[in-house]
Design a protein around this ligand. Sequence first.
Ligand code: EPU
Length: 419
Amino acid sequence: MDKIVIDGGNRLEGSVRINGAKNAALPIMAACLLLHGPSRIKGIPNIVDIQTQSDILRNLGGEVKKAEDGTLEILFRDGENNDKFTAPYELVRKMRASICVLGPLLSKRRRAKVSYPGGCVIGQRPIDLHIKGLTALGAQIETTEGYVNASADRLIGTKISFTGKTVLGTCNVMTAAVLAEGTTTIEYAACEPEVQDLANFLNKAGAKITGIGENKLIIEGVQELHGVDYEIIPDRIEAGTFIIAGAITKGNITLENARAEHLGAVIDKLQEIGVEITASDNTITVKGNDAYHAVDLMTLPYPGMPTDMQAQFMALLSVVEGKSIISEKIFPDRFIHAAELRRMGADIRVDGPSAIIRGTPFLSGTEVMISDLRAGAGLVLAGLVAKGTTQIHRIYHLDRGYERLEERLSRLGAAIKRM
Ligand code: EPU
């Protein structure tokens, strides 16, 4: 099995281009089920989760083609394949986000059978809120033999009030409501940039969604949606990961195609730590230095600190003098990487949903194992700064969400290779 090997200590310099957002691309691809005519989606990253989503859509009768520049053309032919409404276990188990075909399938094919996504190492990951929202629109939903079985003769707009914020739950209800009869209001909707991107995509296709980026989404049902050309937003988590790569190596790097307005909480926290960050147009520049301070941070729904940046911050704070506390409010058990960072010499104590980090002067390279995508990003960042050689195993987690991470870091000057 492949592994990543890093000889730590190199300062990163140069520029890197940020890819389109995985978590925007996945629900947008699923939403193509709703459209009449082909769509061309630009900026899709070349990562394993996109291949899995393409397989799920092909299994539902979709034609998914990739152009040379990476643009995906997706077409579902109207009236064909209505008997295909299953997302099977073999595909869903590879990627929990495949649950986002539930809303589009229910809307367009009136039936959906989606393998019930299991928990994962970052936490329990229930889908009760997805079910609550879709049931309120008129779907009948039951779980049998490990599948969510949903059907609906009609979907009728209504008022839905989520009791907790859910990104993909909001996406599922939004995609089910765009072609429903009447108006749907989602209160306490997730407002992550990826959810906004899905809403903007649907509006370009003819939907009538207002309140985008706010807590209350209003969706007026329309009769039909058409295929569109669309470019997805840059990946804020990939950008945040590269920013911390610049910071932790005390380097000087520039990110192209990065939107600072999506990274407010991340940039504010890094500036509090002492990292110099400047942003203009779609460019972010990071300058590291020797004088960082310990900080406390708490992950929260957008616009708060993203949980998908927690492991990367933990890697950085492991080498920042003083005591930092990370409180994980989204996935309270998302700390498996702490044990691996400890193997590298970090002083981290996990206490329930919090991690207390006492910065050490240096980390030492050793063999570590990735438990999930973002934990992997955290370990790579730790490896960049550790003394000696770090060998990182189970890198298939990284390939799910980062395109050729080691090549891009190597171009910035890191001594990193895949073996
Ligand atoms: N939750 C419920 N009930 C539900 C749904 C969620 O209680 O029905 C809870 C979860 O247990 C969690 C919280 O709500 O405590 C937030 O979960 P959410 O539903 O927002 O997560 P998600 O939609 O399954 C997306 C991203 C994750 C990211 C989270 C939080 C995609 C494909 N995935 O997951 O991304 O961590 O939002 O921002 O968009 C990643 O990219 O590595 C990743 C894990």
